[in-house]
Every structure is written in C-alpha cells, then in structure tokens.
Write a protein that binds this ligand. Structure first.
Ligand code: HEC
Length: 161
C-alpha cells in the first residue's frame, strides 16, 4: 500500500470510529469538562446548594437535592431542557424557581455542567459532548416556555433508573 492509500485508510478508520463511538473522549477532555463544569455549577449552587443538598431559606428548601433527582440519574435530554428553559414554579414544593440559562451558557458550558452534575450526583461515568449540547439547544430553539411540573412528572415516570 502506498503512503496516500494507507493515509486514506487510516483516516477512514478514524472517521468510522468517531461515528460509531461519538462520546469516546480522552481522560484529558473529560477532566477539562469536569473542571469547567465545577466552575459553571456555581450558578446552580445558589439554589441547589454548594454540596448539592439544596439550599435552605427560612428552613425551607429552595431547590431539590441533586441526589433526589431521577432526571439527573436518567434522562440527559430532559436535564438539558431543564437547564436551558428552567422549570415552572406552578405547583412546585420549593421556594425558588429555576430560570432557564440558555442565554448565559454556551454549548460548552452546558455540556460541562451536565457532565459534572451527572458524574458527581447522578451516578454516571459519562461525558456530554458540546455537539450533544448544541443539538439539544437547536431542537428546542423555538421553545420559549419553561418545563412544566406535568412534563417533569412524566419524565420521572418513564425513566428507568
Ligand atoms: C434560581 C434557583 C435555581 C437555579 C439557579 C438552578 N435551579 Fe435547578 N431547580 C430549582 C428548583 C426550584 C427546582 C425544582 C422545580 C420543581 O420541582 O418544581 C429545580 C429543579 C432542578 C432539577 C430537576 C430535579 C428533579 O426533580 O428531578 C434539576 C436536574 C436541576 N434543577 C438542575 C439544575 C442545574 C444543573 C442548575 C445549574 C446549571 C440549576 N438547576 C440551577 C432552582 C434552581
């Protein structure tokens, strides 16, 4: 095989591998995402608490503890939607309301914060890519309303942790 042919087959292999394993990343990439995500999750800490147990105001939980979140353990798309659009406080048990962060987080911020919270509190050992974050943002680009309690409930029910 001449050089050009072997180069071509190697690149073909690389592309094929990338297609089959879209979330295959180096430990280095994951480490970077975790560090960036740890910083970005400070935005969440005001309500969910520095240790993820839920901040309290006047003895009442502002937001749920991550450890109690079925969504965090299961459904990354729903998690992305919640972070992008927020959650309606109607019928909520918490004193805070979660606003969408789509204008504050770029795709890398979203992917990193998702990677961090899912690994730290969701029992996952995975990595959310910037491409996945971008795809979810695009999919819900036209949506202007927060996630409703009914949607949250539906997502919890259909989840299989
Ligand atoms: C201003 C306060 C606030 C901020 C900031 C905030 N949240 Fe929330 N979040 C809430 C409240 C309140 C709820 C509960 C909504 C409900 O159940 O009615 C919630 C719900 C959630 C849920 C769903 C929990 C479940 O029931 O499964 C997840 C996951 C979540 N937040 C993650 C995050 C992440 C990650 C960030 C930062 C990127 C963040 N939140 C920022 C207030 C906040």
């Amino acid at each position: 095989m001449n050089f050009a042919a072997s180069f071509l087959s190697v690149s073909f292999l690389a592309i094929a591998t990338a297609l089959v394993l879209p979330v295959e990343v180096s430990a280095d990439d994951k480490g970077k995402a975790m560090r960036h995500g740890r910083m970005k999750k400070m935005t969440c800490a005001g309500c969910h608490g520095m240790t993820g147990n839920g901040a309290k105001r006047d003895g009442q939980l502002v937001a749920p503890a991550y450890g109690d979140s079925v969504i965090l353990k299961t459904n990354p798309e729903m998690l992305a939607l919640i972070i992008l659009k927020g959650i309606s406080s109607e019928g909520s048990n918490y004193s805070g309301a979660m606003n969408g962060l789509e204008k504050i987080y770029n795709d890398h911020d979203l992917a990193s914060v998702m990677t961090f919270v899912r690994n730290r509190w969701g029992g996952h050992d995975d990595y959310i890519t910037d491409e996945q974050a971008a795809a979810w943002r695009a999919k819900y680009a036209d949506r202007t309303t927060p996630v409703t309690q009914a949607e949250l409930e539906e997502s919890r029910k259909s989840a299989s942790p």
